[in-house]
Design a protein around this ligand. Structure first.
Ligand code: MRU
Length: 373
């Protein structure tokens, strides 16, 4: 891993707005992936490059790059980098080695379907071009990864346009975790209506749950939204109920890592609680999902694999001194599944799906298929 630039906030001449840096980019000259190391935010904006497969795997696993779409984009360029040195191999050996590299990268994190989705797209791009030889397949993979990145920008913009139809100027919006620009190539998913609303003068008040245990809400969402000049307030996770009761929240917008065919939705741990509260207080709860996150192969939320992370993230990682008894059992599931029944609507780039989701999500995916023809 190579450090490209280091910008400790307040101490450097570089442009310090985190939104001016690409969450994930590809450095053509160096043939390397360039990311913002998100484990250091908001205190340092450090750009690092990733080239080897273990570096890419580690960056995804440790959340240097995170958020479902950004993980997918990184893995796509990662598989291209894996393919580069395989060009000299005979076709079958090339394809076998590619399969192995795909398996390795997809093992970095289990819940976000975008990881497997992007790797599958890359493999298909290679398959389509392989009759012209391995070098042609590698070139096709480069172009596919670049397209996945550009497509994410277009999709997120459209998510924002669609999400904006659900809100009114001046509303208070609550979000959980980071489904922002730092989780995508631009705009974010749940934050896309907020960014587009800001462009159009909607004057939203955005409330960010801090999002225990890794504090994506505090470190990332509050950072990027306030950097964009959006009126942003940070909350402890346990404040959402009283804020909803006080009438300050008119809608909840969250992202997601996987939407099952019946509409059950995996997102950052704590999302389910927010959805239950929103239902209780009659506040609309919107999931913003690029169609790449809709997984019709997974029938319900029960089949979504939930990542279990180290208890250290809860007990000591974020503290000057350990905050829990040594040896204590701690649970650290990184995601929970919000029941479809708690979700008011699922906003996709192909339209807004409403219950019953087993029908409306199928229609969204059919629409996507037609758009591709
Ligand atoms: O563990 P993380 O930080 O990768 O979790 C991210 C989330 O839960 C996001 O809400 C989700 O990936 C959607 S990102 C547009």
């Amino acid at each position: 891993m190579r450090i490209l630039a280091l910008c400790a906030m307040g101490e450097c001449d570089m442009n310090e707005n985190v939104l001016d840096y690409d969450t994930v980019a590809f450095d053509e000259e160096k043939q390397a992936i360039r990311i913002i190391d998100q484990t250091l935010l908001p205190n340092e904006i450090r750009l690092i490059t990733l080239q080897s497969q273990p570096e890419i795997w580690e960056a995804i696993q440790t959340l240097r790059v995170r958020g479902a779409p950004a993980i997918g984009i990184t893995a796509a360029f990662g598989l291209y980098l894996a393919a580069l040195p395989l060009r000299q191999l005979p076709v079958q050996a090339f394809l076998d080695a590619l399969q192995q590299a795909k398996g390795y990268l997809s093992s970095a994190r289990p819940t976000a379907v975008n990881l497997g989705w992007a790797l599958h797209r890359m493999e298909q791009a290679a398959q389509r071009a392989i009759s012209a030889g391995t070098a042609a397949a590698v070139t096709a993979m480069h172009d596919e990864a670049a397209e996945i990145l550009q497509e994410d920008i277009r999709v997120c913009r459209q998510l924002g346009e669609n999400g904006l139809t659900l809100v009114k100027p001046g509303w208070g919006l609550l979000t959980h975790c980071n489904a922002g620009q730092l989780a995508t190539a631009r705009y974010g998913t749940a934050t896309a209506p907020m960014y587009l609303g800001a462009e159009k003068g909607y004057g939203f008040h955005v409330y960010c749950d801090e999002t225990r245990p890794l504090l994506q809400g505090a470190r990332l969402t509050a950072f990027e939204l306030s950097s964009a000049g959006i009126d942003t307030t940070l909350l402890c996770d346990n404040m959402a109920a009283s804020l909803m009761k006080s009438g300050k929240i008119q809608a909840v917008f969250v992202g997601c890592d996987r939407v099952a065919a019946n509409g059950d939705t995996a997102n950052k741990i704590g999302t389910l609680g927010v959805a239950v509260l929103a239902k209780h207080y009659g506040i609309p709860f919107y999931v913003v999902a690029p169609s790449s996150t809709v997984d019709l192969q997974t029938p319900t939320g029960d089949e979504i694999p939930i990542e279990q992370r180290s208890p250290d993230e809860i007990c000591e990682m974020w503290y000057a001194a350990r905050m829990a008894p040594a040896g204590i059992h701690a649970m650290n599931p990184a995601f929970d599944v919000t029941d479809a029944a708690l979700i008011t609507a699922i906003v996709t780039e192909f339209g807004i799906a409403r219950p019953p989701y087993s029908q409306s999500l199928q229609e969204i995916i059919l629409k996507k298929g037609r758009a591709r023809q």
